[in-house]
Design a binder for this molecule. Structure first.
Ligand SMILES: [Fe+2]
Ligand SMILES: [Fe+2]
Length: 193
């Protein structure tokens, strides 16, 4: 096995990973409540389709086939994301969980492309390096965009929580009024005298 074979294996693994994501990203967009998060996922879906094409271009250049590997790592990450999507929770807290799954996916891709770029550079495959670097930049930007949603989602989640607390408090106040009502009447009666 040569270093070139290692590169081809790595690239096939990435090709499999990207194709799995073409299927998974629409589900993540559909399953999240935040419009911003939805937009990030749908935008990244289009980028991901471009990344698949970029990999095809690389394989042509290397005169190799893109198929033959299945990325089990991405399969696991997608399965974990699916668990978050099937979670009964709704709203901001569920979105935070989806965000965590998405961030894992992006960082896994970043690791894969970083390794492939290092090997391609060692082999003097400059064109391959430059194509892979375009994708790596997109993955890094996607990861930053996903992470940028954390703060707004935390705020939304705590606002939802306060709303729930207020509702609970209203219910408690109603209970108190019912109990306190006869006393108040008594007081009013005393005041009249
Ligand atoms: Fe990707
Ligand atoms: Fe990605």
């Amino acid at each position: 096995m040569s270093l070139r074979d290692v590169l081809v294996d790595e690239l096939r693994d990435l090709y499999s990973a990207e194709n799995q994501l073409v299927k998974a990203l629409p589900k993540m967009a559909k399953g999240s409540s935040s419009p911003d998060l939805k937009t990030i996922f749908t935008t990244h879906l289009e980028e991901t389709k471009g990344q698949v094409e970029r990999l095809k271009q690389i394989f042509q250049q290397l005169e190799e086939k893109p198929t033959g590997e299945f990325c089990k790592g991405m399969e696991g990450l997608v399965a974990e994301g699916q668990e978050q999507l099937e979670n009964d929770d709704e709203g901001a807290l569920k979105d935070v969980a989806i965000l965590g799954a998405a961030l894992r996916v992006e960082h896994y891709e970043i690791a894969g492309y970083t390794a492939a770029i290092a090997i391609a550079r060692q082999l003097g495959e400059d064109e391959v390096v430059s194509l892979l670097t375009e994708t790596l930049n997109e993955e890094q930007q996607a990861s930053e965009k996903v992470l940028s949603q954390a703060e707004p989602l935390f705020e939304e989640a705590s606002a939802d929580e306060e709303e729930e607390d207020d509702e609970e408090l209203d219910d408690e106040e109603e209970d108190v009024e019912v109990v306190a009502a006869p006393k108040a009447k008594k007081k009013a009666a005393t005041a009249k005298r």
